[in-house]
Design a protein around this ligand. Structure first.
Ligand SMILES: Cc1ncc(C[n+]2csc(CCOP(=O)(O)OP(=O)(O)O)c2C)c(N)n1
Ligand code: SF4
Length: 378
């Protein structure tokens, strides 16, 4: 499918008549209408001021509306250019729009919680609960069970956390939430390390990256190879109704996916790549650009899956070598030193090429031009 983007609020005439099939294993997934994907031809049309003026009113982002939710409002303490703040703002605003503001958010400990809620203040404009670092999915399941017991199932529950809270300490609780198919949307904001406590490695840190606990020293500098996990695939293995990935480079796509996720009942998972200028060593004004390079290089695949099956992939519009993505980031600076082993970058390129094949990120007729086979890689 194409790299088209979609508005969160979809007028009825643009709504595709498509109904989610029931989960083969669980009978009680109601049929739900899914908004159609629209064709909005601009890279970034989410802002109140600029891009939105270029598209017809009905295609504009919810962010251009005066009654936007402002779920994460100004005054919080995120660093300049924080991808996590941007992603969370769009995701939760979209969920509020999709539900008529009937959302409760549970937030794992981490940057998003710390920068938004220095006691006694809060930048959140919705009912919001701070859980522990590792139990946001369990707390969210409990909130949902309580709502169900009170007959308030029109109020929806979202759990959110960083990659450490999700793929490391929270993975057990999250797997349980998936397995029970609890009616919760879990959003992971992946900045590829434990940023809140000083940039320690997580299970989502890419190989070779420098963190406070994976220093660029020794024969294989930076984070180890062959470790870590890609949570969206683990979520897919639970065969839950909906799994998607997104980045802050395409906020319309993120809006589309959150809106779509809110149409389902049962467990849902969205994994958003959110660059962190402090931890990645990038300029604060290239957060969106660096997220785009992550997708265009193939290192971060953007796709959707329903009931464990891949159903769409965002095609790479302008393929770039991984080097273009790595070079602006100080966490990879050791790969570009004079005596650095060039084979390391080639190995990272292999990871990107595998993603491109695995998630169908480039159309078949273009594939040979851009992606080498393992034999060609040598
Ligand atoms: C049981 C427990 N261990 C450690 C901590 C300290 N701690 C708080 S937040 C955090 C890291 C959060 O990292 P991540 O989930 O990736 O979110 P980010 O800050 O990167 O957004 C850690 C280690 C804690 N609060 N509880
Ligand atoms: S350290 Fe990173 S994730 Fe945390 S507030 Fe700063 S930019 Fe955002």
């Amino acid at each position: 499918m194409s790299n088209d983007t979609t508005a969160a609020s979809v007028p009825p005439e643009l709504t595709e008549k498509r109904y989610i099939r029931g989960n083969p294993g669980a009978a009680d997934v109601p049929e739900t209408q899914i908004p159609a994907r629209e064709h909005v031809k601009f890279y970034q049309v989410g802002s109140f001021a600029v891009g939105n003026r270029l598209v017809p009113e009905e295609l504009r982002s919810f962010q251009s509306e005066k009654d936007r939710a402002n779920s994460l409002t100004s005054g919080h303490r995120a660093c300049q250019g924080c991808g996590e703040a941007l992603g969370a703002r769009y995701a939760i605003d979209t969920a509020m729009k999709a539900t008529g503001d009937k959302v409760i958010a549970v937030n794992a400990t981490g940057c998003l919680e710390v920068f938004s809620t220095p006691y006694p203040n809060s930048a959140w404009n919705l009912p919001w609960i701070h859980s522990l670092f590792g139990n946001a999915p369990a707390v969210a399941s409990g909130v949902q069970a309580a709502l169900k017991a009170k007959g308030c199932e029109d109020i929806r529950v979202i759990a959110q956390g960083g990659d450490g809270g999700t793929v490391d300490i929270g993975i057990g609780a999250l797997s349980g939430m998936f397995e029970r198919n609890d009616d919760v949307l879990y959003i992971c904001y992946d900045n590829e390390a434990y940023m809140n406590t000083g940039v320690q490695r997580s299970g989502a840190t890419p190989p070779t990256a420098r963190t406070a606990t994976t220093q660029p020293v020794g024969p294989e500098p930076g984070n180890d190879w062959g470790q870590g996990k890609f949570m969206p695939r683990i979520a897919m293995a639970h065969e839950i109704p909906y799994v998607a990935t997104a980045t802050v480079a395409d906020l319309r796509d993120l809006e589309y996916k959150v809106n779509k996720a809110m149409q389902y009942r049962g467990a849902r998972y969205i994994h958003v790549l959110v660059p962190c200028p402090l931890g990645w060593g990038t300029a604060s004004n290239i957060t969106v650009k660096i997220a785009r390079l992550a997708t265009q290089s193939g290192l971060f695949p953007v796709f959707e899956a329903e009931y464990g099956e891949l159903v769409s992939s965002a095609k790479i519009r302008r393929p770039v070598p991984v080097e273009e993505y790595l070079r602006p980031q100080r966490r990879f600076a050791h790969l570009f030193k004079k005596n650095a082993d060039r084979a390391v970058i080639a190995r990272l390129q292999e990871l990107a090429d595998r993603n491109i094949r695995r998630y169908d990120l480039i159309d078949d007729d273009q594939l040979d031009e851009f992606v080498k086979t393992p034999e060609e890689e040598g």
